[in-house]
Design a protein. Structure first.
Length: 145
């Protein structure tokens, strides 16, 4: 399946849904999470629709994670993160919310919690702030491409 009806991520790929897109290539696309745990929280998705990671052919998993590594460097530089968590959920029991495979890039900061043991809560940032963060990440990632 290359796309699913009523999938908000497929809609973003086709530019039918709004998103601050920070990176795109033939296989994958990255955009800001609308309820970020921290500034710069980014999602990387495959352009083909798969619900969970185990449905994906291994070579496509490889391409997806190559993009994760590339975008992660740009995110770290853009927001000055001290660390990055990579998160990937499969199934309702694992708190998967959108059933189109996605990988979270979550910037972490030393001052937010000792040794990063507790996660920050979801936030809603202003449109202008999101656009500004998106611009910064885009320019950092493009410099590396
Ligand atoms: Zn989809």
């Amino acid at each position: 399946m290359t796309r699913a009806e009523d999938c908000i991520f497929c809609n973003i790929i086709e530019r039918h849904g709004p998103a601050d897109i920070v990176y795109e290539d033939r296989h994958s696309i990255a955009f800001l999470d609308i309820y970020p745990l921290n500034q710069g929280h980014t999602l990387v998705i495959s352009k083909k629709h798969y619900a969970t990671l185990d449905e994906m052919p291994p070579d496509e998993v490889g391409l997806l994670f190559a993009t994760v590594a590339k975008v992660m460097k740009g995110v770290r530089e853009a927001v000055g993160a001290d660390g990055i968590n990579i998160g990937q959920s499969n199934g309702k029991a694992a708190s998967q919310d959108v059933f189109h495979v996605h990988v979270h890039i979550i910037p972490r900061f030393s001052q937010e919690s000792p040794e990063g043991k507790t996660f920050p809560g979801r936030k809603k940032l202003g449109k202008t702030e999101m656009e500004e963060i998106g611009r910064k990440i885009r320019s950092k990632v493009q410099r590396r491409s």
